[in-house]
Write a protein that binds this ligand. Structure first.
Ligand SMILES: Cc1cc2nc3c(=O)[nH]c(=O)nc-3n(C[C@H](O)[C@H](O)[C@H](O)COP(=O)(O)O)c2cc1C
Length: 208
């Protein structure tokens, strides 16, 4: 049965813009796939372990020679990669934290790298390209060419490059200036956020 994989990572609960957008996308997908189901991975509530020496060794050692600790980490890679590979589509809520990705998303993506599972052994060819992948990038500030911090968003460029090594070409829908709602000094930027939100909502209505 077709399923939508929904990956959230915001620490802001109900105030989260990215969670609201993954929620709207989920509703849209369910409306157009009435017999589909939704698989959720909330990285904030249930982070996956960082790539450490055990996970590294599990990737260099043939599975039939794994220690039990390595087997556990290989099994996790199989589970996470299978979840993406077999999904009809993946939607990811992706806040900007300290000019980079949430560390939970970094750890999740690190775990998606495994030779023979997500990348062809020898060639390194990405094997996850068949899955549609949509990212809702939310940023408190603005990072366009006119912005003082242009070039400081290191999250989205990293994610796009990392996923490309797995064969994935993500569709990125961004909402900037979300801090204009909570920071009075940024209030004048609220129309920019509202414009981004309207564009994001229109894009979601056309996803499926
Ligand atoms: C820990 C933390 C770090 C943040 N760092 C940045 C930052 O570097 N640049 C920025 O523009 N906004 C930053 N923000 C603001 C978030 O990007 C903004 O609140 C965004 O809407 C978060 O996504 P969410 O609404 O889904 O929670 C930060 C927020 C938090 C909680």
């Amino acid at each position: 049965m077709a399923y939508l994989l929904v990956v959230d990572s915001s620490m802001r609960g109900d105030a989260s813009v990215s969670r609201r957008l993954t929620g709207l996308a989920t509703a849209r997908w369910l409306a157009t796939h009435p017999s589909g189901r939704v698989v959720r991975r909330d990285l904030e509530a249930h982070p996956v372990p960082h790539l450490d020496h055990v996970a590294g060794a599990a990737r260099r050692t043939p599975p039939d020679q794994h220690t039990s600790a390595q087997a556990e980490r290989w099994q996790l890679a199989e589970e996470l990669i299978g979840e993406v590979r077999d999904a009809d589509a993946v939607v990811v809520g992706f806040p900007l934290y300290n000019w980079g990705p949430p560390s939970t998303v970094k750890a999740w993506v690190d775990n998606l790298f495994a030779p023979g599972l997500s990348r062809e052994r020898g060639t390194g060819k990405g094997l996850l390209g068949a899955t549609r992948f949509i990212v809702f990038a939310t940023r408190g500030g603005g990072y366009g060419p006119e912005a003082p911090k242009y070039g400081w968003d290191h999250a989205t460029p990293w994610l796009v490059h990392a996923l490309s090594a797995l064969g994935i070409v993500p569709e990125v829908i961004a909402v900037e200036m979300t801090l204009s709602v909570v920071n009075l000094a940024l209030e004048s930027f609220r129309p920019m956020m509202e414009r981004d939100l309207a564009v994001a909502e229109a894009a979601i209505a056309k996803l499926w």
